[in-house]
Design a protein around this ligand. Structure first.
Ligand code: GDP
Length: 302
C-alpha cells in the first residue's frame, strides 16, 4: 500500500495501481519546459524483468510512485522518502530547489497580445485560473505585497497579460481570468485566442500554475483548461486555493473536492501533474509553492 500523507489529506494510492500498470506502452510526459522539451519515459510493469520477485516489487513501487508524484530532475525514484514530499502536495523537492523567497518585485508591462510581451530571456511562471479563484490574493500572498496583481476583474473589459519581475531574475505572469459568469461568447473566444497564443508561443514559459478553487466541486471549465494545457504539452502545476475553508457550512470540504478533482485528472493524464494545497488567508502552502517554483526555474536556467 502506498500512502501519501499531506497535512490535511491522506491519499491511498493503492486502488490506482491496476489501471496504471495495465498499459503495455511507453509513455512520455513533459515535466516542464527547458529550452527543449524534457521527457521522462514511463515503462509499464509488464516490460520489467520477472526473475526476481523482491526486486520486481521494489521497482514496481518506484515506478508507480513516479506516476503519481512529481519527481524533479536529479532525484532517483528508488531514493524517495516521505520527507522529500512537500506537505499538502505530491511534489518531491530535489537538488535544484534553492533560494525561493521574493525580496523584490517590480511591475514591468501589461500586454494585450502575446507578441507584445517583454522580449526577455529570463524564465517566467504564469498564473491562471477562473475568475474569483483567488488569483490576486495568491499573487499578493506570494510576493507579500498588497495590490500587486493588477488583473482587471470586470467582465468584458480588456484583459491583459501582466509581467512582474521578481528579484531581477524571473517573472511572475498574471494571466486574465477565465469563466466570467456573465461574459459574452465573443469575449470568451477572445480570451482563448489570445491566452492560448501566449501558451503556445512563449519560449521562456517554465510552467503554468493552474489555480483550482478547493471550496467548490470540480468545475468543467477548469477541467477543460487542464486538458487543453495537457494536450498542448504546456507544463502545469495545480494550485488548490482556499484550502482554509475546511468547515464549509454547505457542500463538500476542500479535501473532498480536491480528491474528486484528482480522480478526474487521473482518468485523463498518464502522469499526474504536480499539485499543492494553498490558502492566501492562512499562508498554507506559500513557502512550499515558492520552493517548487525555485526548482522549476533553477533547472530551466541551467
Ligand atoms: P481573483 O478574481 O481570482 O483574483 O480572486 P480574488 O483574489 O479577488 O479572490 C476572490 C474572493 O475569494 C475574495 O473574496 C477573496 O477574499 C477570497 N479568497 C481568495 N483567496 C482565499 C483563500 O485562500 N481563502 C479564503 N477563505 N478566501 C479567499
Amino acid at each position: 500500500m502506498v500512502l501519501l500523507r499531506c497535512r490535511f489529506l491522506t491519499i491511498n494510492l493503492t486502488p490506482l495501481l491496476p489501471s496504471h500498470f495495465q498499459s503495455h506502452n511507453f509513455h512520455t510526459t513533459r515535466l516542464f519546459r527547458k529550452s527543449n522539451f524534457i521527457s521522462i519515459p514511463q515503462i509499464s510493469a509488464s516490460s520489467l524483468p520477472t526473475n526476481n520477485t523482491t526486486k520486481r516489487s521494489i521497482s514496481d513501487s518506484a515506478r508507480f510512485a513516479s506516476s503519481v508524484l512529481f519527481i524533479p530532475p536529479g532525484v532517483e525514484v528508488e531514493e524517495l522518502t516521505e520527507e522529500m514530499v512537500l506537505p499538502g502536495s505530491n511534489i518531491v523537492i530535489g537538488p535544484f530547489a534553492g533560494h525561493s523567497q521574493i525580496k523584490e518585485v517590480e511591475f514591468v508591462k501589461s500586454s494585450a497580445r502575446a507578441r507584445d510581451c517583454p522580449k526577455d530571456d529570463r524564465p517566467e511562471i504564469a498564473i491562471l485560473g477562473r475568475s474569483n479563484v483567488g488569483k490576486s490574493s495568491l499573487i499578493n500572498c506570494l510576493v507579500r505585497k498588497k495590490e500587486v496583481a493588477l488583473t482587471s476583474k470586470k467582465p468584458g473589459k480588456t484583459q491583459l497579460i501582466n509581467h512582474f519581475l521578481v528579484n531581477k531574475s524571473w517573472f511572475i505572469v498574471d494571466l486574465p481570468g477565465y469563466g466570467f459568469a456573465k461574459v459574452s461568447d465573443a469575449a470568451k473566444t477572445d480570451w482563448s485566442a489570445f491566452t492560448k497564443g501566449y501558451f503556445l508561443n512563449r519560449d521562456t514559459l517554465v510552467c503554468v500554475l493552474l489555480l483550482i478553487d478547493a471550496s467548490v466541486p470540480p468545475q468543467k471549465i477548469d477541467l477543460d483548461c487542464a486538458n487543453w494545457l495537457g494536450r498542448n504539452n504546456v507544463p502545469m502545476t495545480f494550485v488548490f486555493t482556499k484550502c482554509d475553508k475546511m468547515k464549509a457550512a454547505k457542500g463538500k470540504r476542500p479535501d473532498e473536492n480536491i480528491k474528486a478533482f484528482q480522480q478526474i485528472i487521473r482518468d485523463n493524464f498518464k502522469i499526474h501533474p504536480p499539485w499543492i494545497m494553498t490558502s492566501s488567508v492562512s499562508g498554507l502552502g506559500r513557502d512550499e509553492l515558492l520552493l517548487h517554483m525555485s526548482q522549476l526555474r533553477n533547472y530551466w536556467d541551467q
